[in-house]
Design a protein around this ligand. Structure first.
Ligand code: ZN
Length: 210
């Protein structure tokens, strides 16, 4: 009899555990695609976006990034995906409606630290988050927000390509044109990938690090 009483208590415990598990939301994953210009970050992002059903993902980009198109993410090989242009990371959450399973933030280095809190909050809600960002500036200095995202991400990925000068490991963004009024935004007319040894920092003084 004692035995059956114990079993009954065990069953209650097991039932309680099941209820708790059912009420838990699966945590989403945070993927961070870091790398220099032309390292394939956006191509990889678009490949992953394609795995989600239509209407279950939303992509954000900073309004400053008007290369190719203001309302779309465009990879250097010409593929596009609609994107919501925003000025601050705090604008992301109101756009994330129920049913959204994946949120992407392109070029996260244009945003302040709030983008990290937003990514964590979405993951806590069960949404998968993918962010892309440069990991180094044109002077070869690590970008702080990228370093933080590399530490934070469940899946940190550093993309690399081929140095346009020597064929070595392309991991830096070589500025090719003068920097006007501190505006660093540019495409293939303004940048090419280089290895660390071939990187020639711009003559302009580097901006203060955030
Ligand atoms: Zn090189």
């Amino acid at each position: 009899m004692c035995g059956s009483g114990k079993n009954s208590a065990d069953r209650e415990d097991a039932a309680g555990e099941t209820d708790m598990n059912e009420s838990k939301t699966r945590r989403g994953t945070i993927t961070f695609l870091a790398g220099c210009m032309f390292s394939g970050k956006t191509t990889e992002l678009l490949r992953r976006l394609a795995a989600y059903p239509p209407g279950s993902s939303v992509v954000f980009k900073h309004v400053t990034d008007r290369r190719y198109c203001a309302n779309a993410v465009v990879s250097h090989d010409g593929k596009t995906w609609p994107a919501v242009p925003i000025t601050a990371a705090g604008e992301v959450l109101p756009h994330v409606e129920p049913g959204i399973r994946m949120v992407a933030v392109e070029e996260a280095h244009f945003f302040d630290d709030r983008v990290i809190e937003v990514a964590q909050e979405l993951a806590d809600r069960g949404v998968n988050v993918i962010l892309t960002a440069l990991d180094c500036d044109s002077w070869g200095r690590p970008i702080a927000i990228a370093q933080r995202l590399l530490d934070l991400a469940d899946e940190p990925i550093i993309k690399q390509t081929v140095c346009a000068r020597c064929g070595g490991v392309g991991c830096r963004s070589q500025r090719l044109t003068p920097i006007i009024d501190g505006n660093m935004v540019g495409g293939s007319e303004s940048y090419e990938p280089r290895c660390e040894a071939c990187l020639q920092p711009p003559p302009e003084p580097p901006p203060e690090m955030a």
